[in-house]
Design a protein around this ligand. Structure first.
Ligand SMILES: NC(=O)c1ccc[n+]([C@@H]2O[C@H](COP(=O)([O-])OP(=O)(O)OC[C@H]3O[C@@H](n4cnc5c(N)ncnc54)[C@H](O)[C@@H]3O)[C@@H](O)[C@H]2O)c1
Length: 252
């Protein structure tokens, strides 16, 4: 039980990696606040955690809305008394658009969900962590936050921003008992493609050759294991880091 009595908030926990992270945290003894825009899916994750003997609640939150993030963290604290672990996981893809084809609406939506939400949830958690002089933040970035052509320009820029935000936050609060790290997954078998509204043929064509170097697609559980390490005290010396989990795709 590596997370016994810890209170963890996981965004985007109705599906994919967020769901796997929430379920694994529950098995490791954490009280899990399962948050998603998809309330039904979040409830299913809660049911799974409870079926395993764990403790969890579902909170509907659209991470693109500041008031939803305020409510999410406030409800977590009101329900379980505190917050120990924040996992900023919710995210969406773009449609592989290169710069010349970006529409303002799409750019702003990708940044609101993938990037601004990470800042807002972190900003809300920091005073709680400062008071306790302890806290962990885990941001699910992407191989697209490190490399230039894993998605379109908007997604790539949004995840590079998450990487920069992670490093800055990790360093700023390093002497306050707060750690902030990111995971950069490669291709993982989830429902992320359902967030796409089309495919830019030029963009996907440019990216296609690199897909051939991907050794394999990962399972969400393989990312959850990294998120468990980062949440637990086993990673006490790891801060401001980006852990790549991609079977070696980016090492080519
Ligand atoms: N799947 C991959 O290959 C891959 C690779 C690298 C990084 N990522 C990142 O992993 C994270 C998790 O994605 P996934 O692959 O598990 O996808 P997924 O679509 O299976 O899960 C994402 C979850 O986020 C939720 N979500 C979407 N918009 C939201 C919003 N506005 N507010 C709250 N919740 C919202 C969805 O409802 C869904 O439950 C994302 O940040 C994604 O960018 C995915």
């Amino acid at each position: 039980m590596r997370l016994e009595n810890k209170v963890a908030v996981v965004t985007g926990a109705a599906s994919g990696m967020g769901k796997s992270i929430a379920v694994l945290y529950g098995k490791e003894g954490a009280k899990v606040v399962v948050s998603d825009i998809n309330e039904e899916g979040a409830n299913q994750t809660v049911d799974e955690i409870k079926a395993n003997g764990g403790d969890a609640i579902a909170i509907m939150a659209n991470v693109a809305k500041e008031e939803d993030i305020q409510n999410l963290i406030d409800t977590a604290v009101n329900t379980y008394g505190t917050l120990d672990i924040l996992v900023n996981n919710a995210g969406i893809m773009d449609n592989f658009e290169p710069a010349g084809d970006i529409e303002d609406d799409k750019w702003e939506r990708v940044f609101a969900i993938n990037t601004t939400s990470v800042m807002r949830a972190t900003r809300k958690a920091i005073p709680i962590f400062l008071e306790k002089e302890k806290g962990v933040i885990i941001n699910v970035a992407s191989a697209g936050g490190l490399q230039g052509a894993r998605a379109g320009a908007a997604y790539t820029a949004s995840k590079h921003a998450v990487v920069g935000f992670t490093k800055n936050t990790g360093f700023m609060y390093a002497q306050k008992g707060i750690r902030c790290n990111a995971i950069a997954p490669g291709g993982v078998e989830t429902n992320i493609s359902s967030s796409m509204t089309g495919v830019n043929q030029f963009g996907i064509g440019r990216i296609q050759p690199g897909l051939g170097f991907n050794p394999r697609i990962g399972k969400p559980e393989e990312i959850a294991n990294v998120a468990l390490f980062l949440a637990s005290d086993e990673s006490s010396f790891v801060n401001g880091a980006v852990i790549t989990a991609d079977a070696g795709w980016t090492s080519y």
